[in-house]
Design a protein around this ligand. Structure first.
Ligand code: NAD
Length: 513
């Protein structure tokens, strides 16, 4: 463990360079925490304009009673817009939030090294450039660290404290402590493409884009299934909000930075949207039509169906999903058997199977087989949550007709999708967990750091390792192996970290040390 830093940045005179959306937010948070802040922008007058804008928005919060007028006046008085960087020579901390270009950032820090005291701490708010690369060429590269805020800075709690190869651990610790002092939740990250959030989040978009590419389901169904797990927005509506141009360019940069690793490969579906100017909300159309008065498809209302008449009913396997099925059958007043020792989870209904996806297609498993998605709804979710399912291509019509009725009777709102490996939620969560596992393996962050980052940086309902704790490593490994077998590429590689977890869990189950 790194010892607490002896560098105390609380109250340090601060220079913020770049008075755009991020720089203004950082200046506000620092001034509210008591720092004297110099705000500089290369564009003449931009820093003063940013301060005026900030004053107007803080005054609006005072008018709503959310902030005290004295506190706002004091915070604003601490911010000094400057046109000449030399006026901030007394700063002992810099946070840079200028244009996202390596050369511009390097040149700025080299200039600052000539201006500020040798022990000044240099922080960059870059969202995608290597901190190691920005530090290259500095006289004191060990004093540079990433301080990656999220937009809007005053509201978003997460700060990724990013260490490059040169970064002195004491500097990273000092910035971490400062983040805490500012009321943020800092998380340490190693400088690797996408840091934590922008890296681990890639599969949330990529798996949906892959499903759309093979026309497995519509955006409406995919979004509904993922919202049912607790995500505030489905991937399609979220990409429409972010803007396909922005989302595509982040994906491209992570892909290139990883030497074109197939796991991060951008999607032709999204490239087409970008090429067509269908950028999402900002251009009026993306996956959805956002123009005034537009009507977009919605799921039909959930109507619980009559329980199909069945002969012998068996709940197969063990764990939360098997327990949930057993509880639903009990509530329906149905007589059933339990067969806990089974290599699959689900319902055996006479000669047909309704199985939790294990990553294989229904057609691969058998004739009268349907697979359903991972029902990972948050506690207290209403019955009738959308759940994807798929049918074996060899199933009888009678079984095809019964499956959605069974799923409805069990409390789900069934959404039929193509017979594709891992369906929707299971596939997406498995790949999010896998990405997070690789990030931990590579020392990018800790499991706790990944969970905090994903919940606070992109509002995920749970962190990847929290999902893993509610699922199990062996099932995640099996699911990704199913995807790998289905797509035969390099994309679905199980993280060695996850495999280790699965082996250790299996050994524990067998009573081995
Ligand atoms: P922005 O375009 O709103 O602001 C950038 C400002 O920097 C502009 O006012 C510009 O005039 C100024 N500038 C450009 N070059 C300069 C230089 N050499 N010296 C001084 N000022 C200069 O951009 P932003 O969204 O605030 O992003 C700033 C940085 O923060 C980027 O590195 C970006 O990747 C990162 N970031 C952005 C977000 C976001 O959601 N916008 C989130 C996290 C990190």
């Amino acid at each position: 463990m790194t010892p607490p830093s002896t560098i105390d940045l609380r109250g340090a005179p601060l220079l913020v360079v770049g008075a755009g959306i991020m720089g203004a937010g950082i200046a506000q948070v620092a001034a509210q925490a008591g720092h004297a802040v110099w705000l500089h922008d290369a564009r003449e007058g931009a820093a003063a304009q940013a301060k005026d804008k900030l004053a107007a928005s803080l005054d609006a919060l005072v008018a709503k009673g959310k902030l005290g007028s004295d506190a706002v006046a004091q915070a604003l008085a601490r911010i000094t817009p400057i046109n000449d960087l030399a006026e901030a020579a007394g700063a002992t901390l810099v946070v840079e939030a200028i244009v996202e270009k390596l050369d511009a950032k390097r040149a700025l820090f080299q200039q600052l090294e000539g201006l500020l005291a040798a022990d000044a701490v240099l922080a960059t708010n870059t969202s995608s450039i290597s901190v190691t690369a920005i530090a290259n060429g500095l006289k004191r590269p060990e004093r540079l660290v990433g301080m990656h805020f999220f937009n809007p800075v005053p509201l978003m709690k997460l700060v990724e404290v990013v260490s490059g190869l040169h970064t002195d651990a004491a500097i990273a610790e000092a910035v971490f402590a400062l983040g805490l002092h500012w009321g943020k939740t800092p998380v340490h990250a190693r400088s690797t493409p996408g840091f934590i959030v922008n890296r681990i989040a890639r599969p949330y978009y990529a798996e949906t884009l892959a499903l759309l590419h093979e026309r497995a389901a519509t955006p409406t169904v995919l979004d509904a299934c993922l919202r049912a797990v607790g995500f505030r927005m489905g991937p399609c509506e979220l990409m429409d909000l972010i803007g396909h141009d922005t989302n595509f360019s982040v994906t491209q940069s992570v892909y290139e930075a990883n030497f074109q690793d197939k796991r991060y490969q951008p999607s032709g579906v999204q490239r087409d949207l970008v090429d067509g100017g269908l950028l999402g909300r900002k251009s009026g159309r993306g996956f959805y039509d956002h123009r005034p008065g537009a009507v977009n498809p919605v799921l039909p209302a959930f109507e619980p169906a009559a329980v199909p008449v069945g002969g012998l009913l068996r709940v197969m396997g063990h764990g939360p999903v098997a327990d949930r099925l057993a509880a639903a059958l009990t509530q329906l007043g149905r007589v059933f058997q339990r067969k806990e020792h089974s290599d699959w989870v689900g319902l055996d209904i006479d000669d047909a199977q309704l199985r939790l996806t294990d990553g294989r297609c229904a057609s691969e498993i058998g004739v009268n087989v349907a697979v359903f998605d991972l029902p990972m709804q948050p506690a207290g979710a209403e019955p009738g949550q959308p759940l994807a399912w798929a049918l074996s291509g060899r199933a009888t019509e009678a079984w095809a007709e019964k499956v959605p009725r069974w799923l409805m009777a069990l409390g789900f709102h069934p959404q039929r999708v193509a017979d594709t490996p891992g369906l929707v939620v299971a596939r997406t969560l498995a790949m999010l967990v896998n990405e997070a596992a690789d990030a931990v393996l590579q020392g990018v962050c800790t499991p706790e750091g990944a969970d905090a980052a994903m919940k606070l940086g992109v509002n995920y309902p749970a962190g990847p390792f929290e999902w893993l704790a509610r699922w199990d490593a062996a099932s995640v490994v099996r699911l990704i192996e199913g995807l790998d077998a289905g797509y035969c590429g390099e994309r679905y590689r199980v993280s060695p970290w996850l495999r280790q977890q699965a082996w250790q869990a299996a050994a524990r189950q067998e009573g081995q040390p």
